[in-house]
Design a protein around this ligand. Structure first.
Ligand SMILES: NC(=O)c1ccc[n+]([C@@H]2O[C@H](COP(=O)([O-])OP(=O)(O)OC[C@H]3O[C@@H](n4cnc5c(N)ncnc54)[C@H](O)[C@@H]3O)[C@@H](O)[C@H]2O)c1
Ligand SMILES: [Zn+2]
Length: 379
């Protein structure tokens, strides 16, 4: 079967997303067409390397390209400036040039790190995303946001830098641990909420199959997510306005992720809670009907994600939200659903947030009473 192609239209920075089962084994012609020559770096992590590094190195070798693997420790804790420095060291030691390619083989962490290193090494070398997690295939590999975390906030340091191409092989998702798989479903659900009610209904119907990784459903969900992201990014590459709708679920989500030290909740798990709780907050603010919250809650639960706010104090969550980039003059600019498939942006102040948070505790925001359930699930 031929690869599906999703174009990302950004003038001279336009590129293609190729989606095809087994693509990883069929890259030879693409490498020739793109003019990849000499040596190429492969940034990956130990888990991904174990499954796919050998295959990629072999493919590159067959095309006469010397691979320089840079294998990192897995996980969000690696998403630091120190790691970027390590990548840059390797590139410099191997005398990488302006035209040398860098491949990001892995999840969102590897993609964000490698993309940022590619953006700043010699002021920019070409890079290709080969995403291997659901989050990365459906979301992070598309759009050109690259960067690292700072101890005071997630993704505080970074650059917009577009890849030359994105190569998605859905077969790589088979080896993804269950916890990471389920976490990725949160980003997929997000697309339905922000931009496509029909896709959201599709997810409501197919979630049991998606949860079991049925290949046709997975391929359809990845493709539609890429199309929706490509569309939003093309309309606003540098997040001046419309692109911010992609942050839905991430205002509270990122705060929870930071408060948990990036460990108790992985990114998608925090976003899953954010999807439901931000809808609940929108409902509290009178921006949407309770039925919107309940539809979102149902799909999030069907995906196997938690929808409950962990027991942190409102002031603590607010403080973590203020460290996020979505802050403008002390107010947090949130993304709120009006109905499924349509969101709006609006600032919220601390008082409203605190009142909502108290209401959640008392169970009077219309949702279920707040319960402190352990949010750490076993893999
Ligand atoms: N740039 C963007 O636009 C954007 C968008 C969304 C998320 N992100 C970022 O992405 C990160 C989260 O991405 P993630 O969930 O992919 O995390 P990740 O890269 O840490 O991957 C999750 C885990 O899965 C393992 N793994 C990856 N692929 C595998 C495979 N095929 N088989 C087995 N194991 C595999 C990894 O080693 C890791 O342990 C966060 O840092 C988030 O900020 C960026
Ligand atoms: Zn995300």
């Amino acid at each position: 079967m031929a690869a599906s192609i999703v174009p990302v239209s950004l003038n001279e920075r336009s590129y293609k997303i190729l989606i095809q089962a087994g693509l990883l084994r069929r890259l030879g012609t693409r490498l020739d067409e793109l003019g990849v020559r000499g040596k190429a770096g492969i940034v990956t992590d130990r888990n991904v390397a174990q499954h796919y590094l050998h295959q990629l190195v072999h493919t590159l070798k067959r095309s006469g390209i010397d691979a320089v693997p840079i294998v990192l420790a897995p996980g969000e804790q690696s998403k630091t400036l120190d790691t970027v420095e390590h990548i840059l060291d390797v590139l410099a030691r191997h005398r990488f040039e302006r035209s040398s390619y860098l491949f990001a083989l892995g999840g969102g962490v590897v993609g964000d790190l490698a993309g940022f290193a590619a953006a700043i090494y010699q002021r920019g070398i070409p890079f290709i995303q080969i995403p291997t997690t659901l989050i990365a295939q459906a979301d992070s590999s598309v759009g050109g946001k690259t960067g690292v975390d700072h101890r005071l906030g997630k993704n505080l340091i970074g650059a917009f830098y577009q890849p030359k191409e994105v190569w998605i092989d859905p077969l790589t998702l088979r080896t993804l641990p269950m916890r990471e798989w389920i976490a990725g479903l949160a980003e997929v659900i997000k697309y339905g909420i922000i931009a496509d009610e029909k896709f959201f209904s599709y997810l409501e119907r197919t979630m049991p199959g998606l949860r079991k990784r049925e290949s046709a459903t997975v391929a359809a969900a990845v493709k539609r997510s890429c199309e929706l992201k490509a569309h939003v990014v093309a309309s606003d590459e540098r997040e001046s306005d419309r692109r911010r709708i992609l942050n839905y679920g991430h205002t509270i989500g990122h705060a929870l992720e930071t408060l948990g030290g990036y460990q108790s909740l992985v990114h998608g798990e925090a976003v899953g809670i954010g999807l439901v709780q931000e809808a609940d907050l929108a409902c509290y603010l009178g921006l949407c009907d309770r039925s919107v919250v309940e539809r979102i809650r149902k799909v999030v639960q069907a995906a196997g994600l938690s929808d409950r706010l962990p027991p942190w104090q409102s002031a603590k969550i607010w403080k973590a939200m203020l460290h996020d980039k979505k802050v403008s003059r002390g107010q947090v600019v949130g993304v709120w659903p009006e109905r499924i498939g349509r969101v709006r942006m609006m600032p919220i102040d601390q008082g409203s947030f605190r009142r909502w948070h108290q209401a959640v505790h008392r169970g009077s925001s219309g949702g279920r009473p707040f319960q402190t359930r352990a949010v750490v699930r076993k893999k």
